[in-house]
Design a protein. Structure first.
Length: 211
């Protein structure tokens, strides 16, 4: 394991009944997303399906966007754990460049799989969250330093690579067809691999995609 690789937040202290309600609400929210789709999940519908009062749901999530923010937060933590302690090449044990390629591909898959939930989690009254991108940047910088890449400032390079992963997905938040999304996912993943391959082999005449 790599306890310093990513900064994972500690869970809040909760009373037993509050923790059980939270777990129950998240499980029911996922069921509703699977059955109805993100667009049809409402605060009232969640309360009714969960068998809890509307006040309980509102106190827990405050807004409809809060439901999806909580789902994203839970899935982000699971993704981070797979990076921290999962099998290589995503987890520890692989060459840092291979890990960097695997991280980018896995991160893009995660982002595309969560496009609908991420969109629903955006609250127009709140600033856009940047925590996940910061965690990606931290991990990318660590792998670049371990790979001893020939670049004068790995902090700057990590920022640029993080943008290459996180930012393009925003362009596809309004994609209307599954085919377009599939094409975008594959193209971005292949582009990431080529980009990292060139970083690992700076000579453009000798650069190659690492597989």
């Amino acid at each position: 394991m790599e306890p310093t690789a990513l900064h994972l937040g500690l869970p809040r202290n909760e009373r037993g009944d509050a923790a059980r309600n939270r777990r129950h609400l998240l499980d029911v929210a996922r069921q509703l997303v699977d059955e109805l789709g993100v667009e049809k999940v409402t605060m009232d519908g969640l309360a009714e399906r969960a068998g809890l009062g509307k006040g309980t749901v509102f106190r827990r999530f405050r807004t409809r966007a809060g439901i999806f923010h909580a789902l994203m937060d839970e899935d982000e933590k699971a993704f981070q754990q797979s990076v921290l302690s999962g099998p290589p090449p995503l987890g520890p044990g692989a060459d840092p460049i291979q890990r960097l390629i695997a991280f980018g591909r896995a991160r893009l898959d995660f982002l595309f799989d969560h496009i609908a939930i991420a969109r629903a989690a955006l609250d127009t009254n709140q600033p856009i969250p940047v925590g996940a991108a910061t965690i990606s940047q931290f991990h990318i910088r660590m792998l670049l330093n371990r790979a001893h890449v020939d670049f004068p400032d790995t902090d700057i390079l990590a920022v640029q690579l993080t943008a290459a992963l996180e930012a393009p997905v925003l362009l596809y938040l309004h994609t209307t067809t599954a085919a377009d999304t599939a094409d975008a996912r594959g193209q971005l993943a292949d582009g990431w691999q080529r980009l990292v391959g060139r970083i690992a082999t700076p000579d453009p005449m000798g650069a190659k995609v690492i597989r």
